[in-house]
Ligand binder design. Structure first.
Ligand SMILES: Cc1cc2nc3c(=O)[nH]c(=O)nc-3n(C[C@H](O)[C@H](O)[C@H](O)COP(=O)(O)OP(=O)(O)OC[C@H]3O[C@@H](n4cnc5c(N)ncnc54)[C@H](O)[C@@H]3O)c2cc1C
Length: 460
């Protein structure tokens, strides 16, 4: 093993390979307070250097775990003590912003926020957005096909990637840096790697599609009297706002209570209590016209009894305040040690599903707490559950309660966080044996020695 580490150190140069205490000093993931246990951390500074690392590891049969910002929530980037963590932290350059072609060419270690800021300074917009924007990387968001707050309008990461550069397990560099929106010349190879969670190759660079920066942003916080009004509201907003609806974030009352009471910094934007709360956002191109239409549509919806109460943000600070309330998910940790879930299911099935999960939890644990919120416009719910017991047995029992009902209602065990190691055992619940077998065939063909992020997605 030391021969491989010596060869990697020689290939990567000073500071390119961390070992021993330099490794343990590194924190691994946002949700994991444990020190990094990797055999070594490789920090290549170019795609060629990534290729050299993988070539050497491939020859040696050495397992490699790609690592972006470490904000993933399914234990996808956590390396074991015999694995090499391949960090993209030195690939941080925004290489080109093309304002006319509306593309950005960026290295994989660029953070989401750095790209958003660069696009904005060119009068453009990179619309993918999520709470971990300051740390999550472009490579990580591609590898997980991240979603976030504005999928309803702009789609997931898959919808923003035009071209990709990937280093395959044997060190081959696949450069597919397409810049065209339409390109049907053969298989769309980038799609294989988007959402593959580092199991098929390492993303080193991407060409991303940018949009025009919206001129108007209107945000309101709504109180809703019953679940059946939510899909009606979603449809009405989508139609009446003329395609400008960009977010539809629903919160169950427990979530609202936690993010609006001390020690949370935010206070309730609405005077009374409601069965559900909904943050809605519209992004458009006509500042005064969009605002008038937003107010008029909300007024109609109140009159029609679909919305019980509404607080409309009147300034940029108030817009930021309402989003801060929605993004303050760490408040949920106040319920105790939590198991976090990210699931997808048809909106029509959500009310019964949540009620079923709650009653199954209550039947087994007296002090169970289940806090629910999510990007409901995208059929995506987050459930954070505490049963005041962090044991593996409790986790497995809670997982069964959350995941098993999804199979029968056309749901998914992962909406946007991916499978990682955490959900690998449940992939077969929501994917057919034929689908899983094809995934295995692809994996074997691209990574015959099984060195790329083993155990993730399809298990071993
Ligand atoms: C506060 C908070 C809010 C979040 N909100 C959302 C949200 O709204 N929507 C959402 O989708 N996610 C969300 N996440 C999860 C997380 O931010 C995303 O999964 C993100 O895409 C991970 O990016 P990363 O760079 O941190 O990747 P990492 O955590 O480093 O890695 C994630 C996975 O991708 C692989 N990987 C990383 N880089 C590469 C690469 N260059 N090539 C190949 N594989 C690679 C890793 O091996 C791992 O399997 C949130 C996380 C936090 C902490």
């Amino acid at each position: 093993m030391s021969v491989l580490l010596d060869r990697l150190a020689a290939e990567l140069g000073a500071g390119g390979l961390l070992t021993g205490d330099e490794v343990t000093a590194r924190a691994e993931t946002w949700s994991s307070p444990h020190p990094c246990r990797a055999l070594a951390i490789a920090r290549p500074g170019s795609a060629a250097a990534v290729a050299a690392v993988l070539r050497l590891c491939h020859e040696a049969g050495q397992e490699v775990v790609p690592h972006g910002g470490g904000t993933g929530l399914v234990e996808g980037a956590t390396a074991g003590s015999s694995q090499i963590l391949l960090s993209l932290e030195r690939l941080r350059t925004i290489e080109e912003l093309d304002p006319l072609g509306r593309t950005a060419t960026v290295q994989a270690g660029v953070t989401l926020q750095a790209l958003q800021d660069a696009a904005r300074s060119a009068g453009l917009n990179f619309p993918l957005d999520l709470g971990a924007r300051g740390t999550a990387t472009i490579g990580g968001t591609i590898a997980t096909n991240a979603g976030g707050n504005r999928v309803l309008r702009y789609g997931m990461m898959r919808d923003h990637v035009l071209g990709i550069e990937v280093v395959l397990a044997d060190g081959t560099i696949l450069s597919s840096l397409n810049r065209l929106i339409k390109n049907n010349a053969g298989y769309d190879l980038k799609q294989l790697f988007i959402g593959s969670e580092g199991t098929l190759g390492v993303v080193t660079r991407a060409v991303l599609r940018l949009r025009e920066d919206p001129v108007s942003q209107n945000v309101a916080f709504l109180g809703i009297g019953s679940f059946d009004r939510l899909p009606v509201l979603l449809k009405a907003l989508d139609r009446r706002l003329g395609g400008t609806l960009s977010a539809f974030e629903v919160m169950w009352p427990e979530f609202y209570a936690l993010v609006t009471t001390p020690p949370a910094r935010n206070r309730p934007p609405l005077a009374s209590q409601h069965a559900y709360y909904c943050l809605v956002e519209s992004l458009g191109g006509d500042e005064s016209g969009d605002h008038e239409r937003f107010l008029a549509v909300l007024g109609q919806l109140v009159e029609e009894g679909i919305v019980a109460d509404a607080a409309v943000a009147k300034s940029k600070a108030q817009v930021a305040g309402l989003w801060a309330l929605r993004d303050d998910v760490e408040q949920v940790l106040r319920i105790g040690p939590v198991f976090m879930f990210d699931v997808a299911l048809p909106i029509a099935a959500m009310e019964n599903y949540v009620a079923g999960v709650r009653s199954a939890l209550a039947a087994r644990w007296q002090d169970a707490a289940c806090v629910v919120w999510g990007h409901m416009g995208d059929c995506n719910l987050h459930l954070w559950i505490s049963v005041q017991d962090e044991s593996a047995a409790a986790r497995a029992a809670v997982e069964r309660i959350v995941y098993e009902p999804l199979a029968g209602i056309g749901g998914s065990v992962s909406a946007e966080h991916g499978i990682g190691t955490e959900k690998a055992a449940y992939l077969g619940l929501v994917r057919s044996p034929t689908e899983v077998e094809l995934m295995r065939t692809l994996k074997r063909s691209l990574d015959p020695r099984g060195i790329m992020n083993p155990g993730r997605v399809i298990g071993c």
